[in-house]
Write a protein that binds this ligand. Sequence first.
Ligand SMILES: Nc1ncnc2c1ncn2[C@@H]1O[C@H](COP(=O)(O)OP(=O)(O)OP(=O)(O)O)[C@@H](O)[C@H]1O
Ligand SMILES: [Mg+2]
Length: 645
Amino acid sequence: MSKVSYKAISAADFFYRNRDIAGFDNPTRAIYTAVRELVENSLDACEDGGILPEIKVIMKNEGDNVYQITVEDNGIGVPRDNIQSCFGRILYGSKYTHRQARGRFGLGGKMAFLYGQITTHKPLHIISSAVDSEWVYDVKLRIDIQTNQPELIEWNRRKNGSGWHGTIIEFSLEGDWPRARKQIVEYIRETALITPYATILFVDPDGVLYYFTRSIKKLPPPPTEVQPHPVGVDVERVTRIIGETKTRDMVTFMRTHFHRVGPKTAQKFLKSVGIPENTDPKSLTATQIVELVRKMKTFGEFLPPDAKCLSPLGEELLKSGIEKELKPDFVAVTQRPPSSYGGHPFIVEVGIAYGGEVPRKENIVLYRYANRIPLLYDEYKDVSAKVIRSIPWSRYKIKPGMPIAVFVHIVSTKLPFKTAGKEFIADRPEIEVEIRRGIMECARQLMRYLQRKERIAREKQRINIYEKYLPLIVRDIAALAEQREIPDYGKLIEKSKILIKEAEKTEKEEAEAEEEEILAEAEAPEVAMDQLVENTSEEDVQKIEEILAERKTAAIEGPATEEPIPTETEMETEEEPLTTTKPKKETTKTAKKPKTTTKTPKRKTPKTKKKSKKKAKKTKSPRRTEQKKPTETQENNKPPLKSPK
Ligand SMILES: Nc1ncnc2c1ncn2[C@@H]1O[C@H](COP(=O)(O)OP(=O)(O)OP(=O)(O)O)[C@@H](O)[C@H]1O
Ligand SMILES: [Mg+2]
């Protein structure tokens, strides 16, 4: 008999072995997922602080299929004590809450770094400053995969002279850029569409620059955190809540810890379970807890979860994004009322665009978004694709080959993703129904538009025929009737022309009135349209360079300091490492002089072109100003807890 050996592995080791489930299965997918995860984190960090996002993604070809990715944001930054864990410990994060965010698992960013580490062995470089922090932290680390602990390599800090806040992440990974190019560019473009309030600058490894300006200076309302809804909890969850509760009776317990439970509902519910109202929650037996949870699912009288923990985009922003990116002839958007599945609230937003730059394809083009993340892979398996396949489009006068795009955006505190790679949504019946209703509502509007268009076209055709044949007919009839004078038929044609003009005018006026309404509500757009910066002039390149240089320079400049980093606050550790591998020895602690520039370039918005063309022209490799990395090591410059031994 062969010998069987047993061992435990850490979470990092598990995901290292099974990286495919997080979207890191091959070099093409890996480089795409890495960009996506980092951009998601940056957008979350901005929206968490109610900050209009300014994101820069810069990719550089380092040769041998290795690419350096730098992502910079102006978000809330990471507090000093969380930096190492946020970026060096799998399943650690700030998004395990009942609040809508793009991130959910505490995994995405780290998987990108882990993939980079196992393919290049280069460390991850983080520069971050939290809002109102007087320090900018500059850290290099690796992930110790066996222990799932950050392995610190360098820890520096610098006085934050400029009030900058945000995060800059820089790391390298092996990837297949030529194959991933299409998806990455599409991802950035679709992200710009669903976040019309963000500015996104992307420099690809070939030196092509894509610059998407915001079309609106308005963030969607921020979601608030709520308690779990009774229908969505399980025994483990309730047991944990009981462990932490300070309440002393069951009515208060139900009201305090569960979403939308008032005193009357709590009393009625407890009566139905047979638990006296004044029972101390901590005295519940395991059997009682199981019964309580079972009854929560079947009680049926809890109010449905409300949607204040959600942050949908809203019809105005969705429309603005679609118009900005696709410039359609017609667009209809709708936001469905909040609904819920399994105790988790969700809202579906749908848009349909027709004409303009919408691609003309055999099938309807589908843009899928989940908590404002564009979903590009596995479309066929997604619930929205399933709904689109099942709609009888001909009823809405929609035929294959028409330039039609459907946008489906689902927001929820818990999206039913089928994989940790967050690529497609499972077909929950409740979600399916809402998507169907939303699409049908927009399709009806499109149908009306198409009908009107068709009517006008028919009328025009009729007039053309009239104009051609009416004089002949009138002349012949007059001859037959032996009339010398030919009647005046011009009035007839004029009348029809006026009718057409009015129909066209109504259509135009309706569109203009709608536009005015939107503009009156929103602040004026900063720049009229998005740009793929093309034919970049020397002047433009210079300005872009300034933008590229500005934040980073602002972040890392400023006087060096001799103050020691306070060490009293310790990094949170909830989980003991599973193996006993000691943290590696310190590898770098060189005292180099930081390169600094003498002037801080001011941020300027590059000149934007009103008419963006479809293709971005290669710029002469947008020359970046040299990025300065502070490497000066200060005395007493110790990390919070995990100092390299
Ligand atoms: N650019 C950033 N700015 C501020 N905080 C960040 C940034 N990037 C990551 N973080 C913090 O690090 C945590 C871990 O990020 P990570 O991407 O690994 O997981 P997540 O975003 O929580 O979930 P998911 O696995 O779904 O992406 C985040 O929860 C957030 O608190
Ligand atoms: Mg993330």
